[in-house]
Design a protein around this ligand. Structure first.
Ligand code: AGP
Length: 609
């Protein structure tokens, strides 16, 4: 999704803006631009494509100035072209705007402004903001922006500068993230913390409906009505290295390799000798006893984690669980009331559909628990209880370590609720605790032991047009995530099927050499899976089996290639099975020369519906 960086101070703005935008690349974008005040006018440079293209343009003719805005655009209104790239200006060139999100009533506003004689140069919804401010400006930028905002409908974050008000940036947050960085005789603005870590760790997180005015000396926050707001400065303890590649060629590979540590972090302080401690969850036994249904609501990879979460929660709490795609949930009139627990899951904490589902659930009186990675994000703030994933910054668009942390969080939640509600068998909890404690080491072992076999499988898949993933039970949930990962970064068509469903249609697509990744880890379903594998083999399919050590012989006989994972208790197998699937996608994409960390058309944080 779009990225915003702003700077006002004593240093040259260009390197600060471009350096900050580089750190926001993970959000996904298709064009980029900057606006710098050179003492006389606002110089704008914009380019389609990645930041290197903009760097080259700027290197030839670098605007000098210590005050500016930068932007990476992920196209919504209008194709990724030079004209549609941000920043956008008004007719006079005195006002520039960068914007993230969507202005829903832009067409109506554009028609009104055109009638008043404003000339538009782009197809974007953003450009109307610049013209609107031009129209409303009467000597005070803050005042003009606050009036303009009253006319805008939608969700957005925006930043504005004007030659009429030098060394002043005005910004507004309404549903899209925006943070302010506090410096000495300089101040910063950005969509996310990594953009500012090279300059400051002192951050203020803006809330919806807040405006800020930044000058080199001062930062003032206001409500949209103009009332001054006092906000706390937070010290961020992230090491800038956490958002660097640390010697890996891609963030995705770095993040996969961080997964054993991620497991340690998510469980740290939450596993006790004979139980699970989740201090963040405030519902007591009496309130919990009233809960008669659980919904898990999320998008993409987070949704897939919910499918595994359902199984764990149902087993441990005996409460029925439904898993919904957030984009469907709010429009299907789900049966949610004050006896419902809604678990919303999100790495970014800003996904528009998930946030909207959360709000819908709260309106209906449900108790909302967020499972979130980004601290202080909208979903974390609007949930009544939050379990943080503690996975650290995830930069690659393809979610890997956050997915694993989500799975672990679901096991913790299921065990905790099961104990609190007296529904889970204590021996089972103890066994799960033992299993969880061993997992970080087993994950390390899995990454090492499967590397060679995964590479071999990736070489085969990289040359194919299509790949199928099959499994039963938990393995089916994992198949869905394996297929999503492969298609989003390698652009190979990938599809997951519950293995028993193959013969109801998909088997028609299995011909000679078509790769089928068969997951065979579920206790009690091995024989059934082997029959499905045979169905595929009989049609010429090329089977890549993924199984655990205990089933190696049995499965090995049936498949063309085999990836073997360490044994663990049945319920916890997803925490290991996902590792070779993520690596398989990574290597297939690498062999095909794809842009792994920023796949085409995708964004890290999807803040539009
Ligand atoms: C993951 O690889 C995807 N790029 C995507 O499906 C993602 O999981 C989805 O957009 C939800 O994001 P969230 O976890 O930040 O809410």
């Amino acid at each position: 999704m779009c990225g915003i960086v702003g700077y006002v101070g004593e240093q040259q703005a260009v390197p600060i803006l471009l350096g900050g935008l580089k750190k926001l690349e993970y959000r996904g974008y298709d064009s980029a631009g900057i606006a710098i005040y050179n003492g006389q006018r606002l110089a704008i440079k914009r380019e389609v494509g990645n930041l290197d293209v903009l760097w080259e343009t700027v290197a030839e003719d670098s605007p000098q100035g210590t005050w500016g805005l930068g932007h990476t655009r992920w196209a919504t209104h209008g194709r990724p072209t030079h004209e549609n790239a941000h920043p956008h200006s008004d007719c006079s060139g005195n006002f520039v705007v960068v914007h993230n999100g969507i202005i829903e009533n832009f067409q109506e506003l554009r028609t009104q402004l055109e009638k008043k004689g404003h000339l538009f140069c782009s197809e974007t919804d953003t450009e109307i903001i610049a013209h609107l401010i031009e129209e409303l400006y009467q000597g005070d930028l803050l005042q003009a922006v606050s009036q303009a905002v009253k006319e805008l409908q939608g969700s957005y974050a925006m930043a504005v500068m004007s030659t009429q008000d030098p060394y002043n940036i005005v910004a507004v947050r309404q549903d899209s993230p925006l943070i302010v960085g506090v410096g000495e005789k300089e101040n910063f603005l950005a969509s996310d913390i990594p953009a500012l870590l090279d300059h400051t760790r002192r951050i203020v997180i803006m809330e919806n409906g807040e405006m800020v005015q930044l000058t080199p000396q001062e930062i003032e926050f206001f409500s949209l009505g103009g009332t001054t707001i006092n906000k706390e400065v937070e010290e961020i303890d992230w090491d800038p290295e956490m958002v660097e590649k640390g010697g890996f060629p891609h963030f995705m590979l770095k993040e996969i390799n961080e997964e054993p540590a991620t497991l340690r972090h998510v469980m740290a302080g939450r596993l006790e000798k004979d139980g699970i401690k989740l201090e963040e969850f405030q519902l007591d036994q009496e309130q919990l006893a009233k809960i008669d249904k659980i919904f898990i609501v999320a998008c993409g990879t987070a949704y897939h984690s919910g499918l595994v979460g359902k199984k764990a929660l149902e087993e441990m709490t005996q409460i029925p669980v439904e898993v919904d795609l957030a984009s469907e949930f709010r429009y299907r009139q789900p049966l949610v009331d004050e006896k419902t627990l809604v678990v919303v899951v999100s790495q970014s904490g800003e996904t528009a559909d998930t946030l909207a589902a959360l709000r819908h659930a709260r309106e209906k009186g449900a108790r909302v628990l967020g499972i979130v990675n980004v601290v202080g994000s909208s979903i974390a703030r609007e949930s009544q209880d939050v379990i943080y994933l503690k996975a650290g910054p995830e930069i690659a668009v393809a979610s890997t370590k956050a997915y694993l942390a989500m799975l672990a969080a679901f096991y913790l939640l299921a065990g905790y609720l099961g104990q609190l509600m007296d529904k889970a068998n204590q021996e089972e909890i103890i066994r799960m605790l033992e299993g969880l404690r061993e997992l970080p080491l087993k994950a390390e072992q899995a990454l090492q032991d499967t590397e060679e076999d995964v590479l071999k499988a990736a070489e085969y898949i990289a040359g194919q047009e299509s790949t199928f993933f099959i499994g039963r039970g938990l393995d089916y949930s994992l198949s869905l995530e394996g297929a999503l990962k492969l298609k989003e970064i390698s652009y190979i068509h990938a599809e997951a099927q519950a293995a028993g469903e193959l013969k109801h249609g998909t088997l028609a697509l299995i011909t000679d050499g078509v790769p089928v990744v068969a997951l065979v880890n579920e206790e009690g379903l091995t024989e059934k899976m082997i029959s499905n594998i045979q169905e595929v083999k009989a049609r010429g399919g090329y089977i890549i089996g993924v199984t655990r050590a205990g089933l190696k012989q049995q499965v090995g006989r049936e498949v063309h290639e085999l990836i073997v994972l360490p044994d663990t208790m049945n319920m916890l197998t997803p925490l290991l099975t996902i590792l070779p699937l993520q690596l398989l996608a990574y290597h297939a994409a690498r062999l095909r020369g794809c842009e792994i960390d920023q796949p085409r058309n995708l964004a890290k944080s999807v803040t539009v519906e």
